[in-house]
Ligand binder design. Sequence first.
Ligand SMILES: COc1nc(N)nc2c1ncn2[C@H]1C[C@H](O)[C@@H](COP(=O)(O)OP(=O)(O)OP(=O)(O)O)O1
Length: 167
Amino acid sequence: MYIRKLYTLVFLRNDTHILLGLKKRGFGVNKWNGFGGKVEADETILDAALRELKEECCVTVDRDNLKNIGHLEFTFTGEPTLMDVRVFSATVFEGTPTETDEMSPKWFPYTEIPFEDMWPDDVIWFPYMLKDKLFFGKFHYKGYDTILNYNVEELESMQKFYHDKTK
Ligand SMILES: COc1nc(N)nc2c1ncn2[C@H]1C[C@H](O)[C@@H](COP(=O)(O)OP(=O)(O)OP(=O)(O)O)O1
């Protein structure tokens, strides 16, 4: 039995590039990732996603333009927590991505995503996101570098996924 903790992870994209941030501190330091963090007790998942994006790279997105595209679950041998990460994508945003205390943002062409400096799971599920497919991925790690087992599946609808999950 795991203690489930909710996180958000947001990617800004256009036709040719994706915005990643180099994490400057804390969990995942020195890795490129999307923008996100813990969902606080008093906020919705969507509000947390918008807040973290603003805090980490100074960009705002209208809530109607933020699309929930995936669900990731991470567990780690010997640790009681299951990280429940809600993945979002947006193509319309306001502001210029700007470095903050937490993240240094940079646009990458889709052909040059720096998977060698990212979480090892990313190379497995990014192809779903890049092909605009909805997905559910589960990854069990030993430490933070080795994936012991995983499964990723394409979803037909996030709404149906969450409906079936709570049945
Ligand atoms: C284990 O594999 C992971 N892969 C990817 N791509 N992203 C991950 C993985 N594990 C966690 N994440 C994401 C989920 C969140 O977006 C961040 C972690 O959030 P963080 O711990 O930085 O949360 P904050 O609320 O910002 O934390 P502090 O304010 O306490 O620094 O990584």
